[in-house]
Design a protein around this ligand. Sequence first.
Ligand SMILES: *Cc1c(COP(=O)(O)O)cnc(C)c1O
Length: 376
Amino acid sequence: MINFNVPVYTNKTIEYISDVLKTGHTSGNGKYSKLCSESFKEKLHCRTAALVHSGTAALEMAAILADIKSGDEVIMPSFTFCTTANAFVMQGATPVFVDIRADTLNIDENKIEAAITPKTRAIVPMHYAGVGCEMDTIMDIAQRHKLLVIEDAAHAFDAYYKGKPLGTIGDMGCFSFHETKNITSGEGGLFVTNDECLAERAEIIREKGTNRNKFIRGQVDKYTWVDKGSSYIPSDIIGAYLYSVLEIADDIKKKRLHLWNNYHSSFAQLEEKGIIRPSFPSECEPNAHIYYLRCPDLASRTQYIDFMKSNGILCVFHYIPLHSSVAGQKYGRANGDMAVTNKVSDTLVRLPMYYNLSEDAQTKVIDKTIEFWSKR
Ligand SMILES: *Cc1c(COP(=O)(O)O)cnc(C)c1O
């Protein structure tokens, strides 16, 4: 059986976790969490890199920091994971869905301005598969309309747009370390910002709305409840797992890029069968988070996934567009035609992609894929 994903860990993971258990400091902000945070600040060139318990938690912090209130509108793609929207819905906002580009599958920057109303507060670009959204255009729109930009960089650790790390271009960035992501601690996330004011308040929101960190640094003489907040800090056991994986981050990226390139060159011949391979603009430097193919239609996609499964290979599809989901219809609205989103949602397939995917296993995935499509 070839799985779709196998989460990575290293020969240091258990050692670091048992170190945490032995020292007795198992709650958050411990030794390994601090090492992770320093390493992220260096890699992402950002002022604040705060570990949180999930990508969802990072998005929730961003929504609170953006002061999102009931009736506000937040612009985002419909082709994304539900927590991109949920974080804002929980603060009372209406997610306004915009269609995606057919090449990158990212929010179509040319359709954003038409979705802006006097209630719009923020734009949430999601960098699908680690390919950067058209950030220069998005930042320009945001500046002209005085909107915040919150990057959902859940797919995008160590990926770049015009040389800048994704997640650090907008006002705030949110990363995920869920087991399906390139870098993982099972569950986990990271909140980043370069803005001093946001950073100061983020520290409080992340610490249940208290000024505990200022107290620890001796900046205030008592520790008390000062703002909204929640418990967003992961245990140092998570920090230990994450740090062990971060130590091999360069190797993980190298391996994934190698697998991605193997798929891509092997499938060039499928284009004459109407299969579309991923593509990205030259200013983007992706991280091989996802390798996908786009099938001619829903029926052939279903047959392809079934064929692969009958050969012991698990391929998956996503996303059910948020604008057509139960909660999306209740809480959000689509702005304009969602033609590309609907089409991509019906036809995209993700192939097995993970650090320990062997050459033999990948060759089997490639051979079976070519076998299926060549008969059509
Ligand atoms: C994985 C993911 C998230 C949420 O991350 P969790 O760590 O699972 O909470 C948010 N947005 C996108 C686009 C994702 O893929």
